[in-house]
Design a protein around this ligand. Structure first.
Ligand code: ATP
Ligand code: MG
Length: 400
């Protein structure tokens, strides 16, 4: 972090703080938004914490739309100008029998106690517009030095909630931090406990991890953590996964494809197990599908383009480059693709100069129609036939 940026609290969040303060409560913005603001990044959302009890918060904002499903954990959601703000009462947590959910949430009076329950020093800062930064664990200093460190004893913290192990490498990957030594050692030692964490929480962290600019470096150093979640990848493959990922832009589908490639036969099941969104999973699978190797390069490219569309086809070329390391082939294929697009070549059945109806008129019927259309498309993409109706109809005649 080069020079600390001022924390500029947006008007609506500032209004909520002000209201709580007016009623005699302490209130701060806290956690991820403070971290992001100090880094000069735009926070996704502004979370608040307060000494007010949940019922008191709810009463103060009774003229707003409230979301109350987090009430037992101390969280009141307040909707202001269409945006949801979570306001959570200062609290501690204790007893994590299932390594996941705190058995007990206890409300406390002091912000310091609330910050102490948070996972990493960079996530354990609060900010007040007049009082400034509350930073009991050296979060600002760690951020400046680029260090990710647990609040308190890493062993204890990872025992309490094993998901923090995955969060550690997620934050390190996204913010380019290096994991402090004790924290790193504890993460590697305790990572088998990740098997007790629900698939939803793991999937959510993993996808954010993969989109981090530094995910490849983290995989090289911390692959045993990922191995607990994805034993199917095989220990011997992680180095290659890391190397390949370096060659890809941080797009989720591309990175999932690189990650799952060593277990591609299992990819569908793994994507489901990680609760990856259906649409995303389908795109990953289509990237992993291989074409008939006997097809000439340009013909194969036309078919891929016809099936995947331009965006996914470009990602597919990136994936191939990552898998083979062949930059020359990548550049050549990119040029070919540009040429195909420029010329508007026929790449799919919908672009073919004859349709199923045309074939019906020739007397074809049923499943035969689809087969003949495929044959015609193959002839066209291989440049064995022009995409012209008379040409294709006479070709079809020969298929009878
Ligand atoms: P982002 O929303 O950008 O992913 P964030 O820091 O806001 O980052 P959240 O998961 O939204 O992350 O959590 C908000 C805050 O709650 C964190 O900054 C951290 O202080 C605390 N927190 C979240 N999850 C945990 C956890 N498993 N253990 C301890 N503290 C946590
Ligand atoms: Mg957040």
């Amino acid at each position: 972090m080069k020079g600390e940026k001022p924390v500029k609290i947006p008007a609506d969040a500032a209004f909520l703080l002000e209201k709580l303060n007016q009623k005699g409560h302490e209130a701060y913005v806290v956690g991820g938004c403070v971290r992001d603001a100090l880094l000069g990044r735009t926070p996704q959302d502004w979370d608040l914490c307060t000494s007010a009890l949940p019922e008191e918060t709810a009463a103060i904002f009774s003229d707003h739309k409230l979301v109350l499903d987090g009430l037992v954990h101390g969280t009141v959601g307040v909707v202001r100008n269409g945006v949801l703000y979570e306001i959570t009462t200062f609290r501690t947590e204790s007893g994590y029998a299932d390594a996941r959910h705190p058995d007990e949430v206890r409300f406390v009076r002091r912000i310091e106690e609330d910050l102490a329950r948070r996972d990493f020093t960079v996530n354990a800062m609060a900010y007040h517009p007049e009082k400034g930064l509350v930073d009991c664990f050296g979060g600002k200093n760690d951020l400046q030095k680029g260090i990710l460190r647990c609040v308190g004893d890493p062993d204890t913290r990872f025992h309490e909630d094993a998901l923090r192990i995955l969060r550690a490498i997620r934050f390190a990957a996204v913010y380019g931090l290096s994991v402090e030594e004790e924290t790193a050692r504890a993460a590697l030692r305790l990572c088998p406990q990740l098997s007790r964490i629900s698939a939803e929480r793991i999937g959510a962290e993993l996808t954010r991890f993969l989109c981090g600019a530094d995910a490849p470096r983290m995989i090289a150093d911390f692959w045993p953590i990922l191995s607990v979640i994805l034993p199917e990848i095989g220990e011997e493959n992680w180095n290659a996964v890391s190397e390949r990922m370096k060659a890809t832009e941080p797009r989720l589908i591309l990175r999932l494809a690189v990650l799952l490639y060593p277990a591609k036969e299992d990819a569908q099941r793994l994507l489901w197990r990680l609760r990856v969104a259906k649409n995303t999973a389908q795109q990953v699978l289509s990237l992993l599908q291989r074409q008939d190797p006997a097809l000439p390069e340009k013909a194969a490219l036309r078919l891929i383009l016809g099936q995947l569309g331009e965006d996914l086809t470009r990602l597919r070329l990136q994936l191939d480059k990552a898998l083979t390391g062949d930059e020359t082939s990548f550049l050549r294929q990119t040029e070919l693709l540009d040429e195909i697009l420029r010329n508007g070549d026929c790449c799919s059945l919908s672009q073919l100069a004859v349709s199923g109806t045309d074939l019906q008129k020739l007397g074809f019927w049923g499943p035969q129609i689809g087969q003949v259309l495929q044959t015609l498309l193959l002839a066209v993409v291989r440049e064995e036939a022009k995409n012209e109706k008379t040409v294709l109809l006479s070709l079809a005649e020969r298929e009878r």
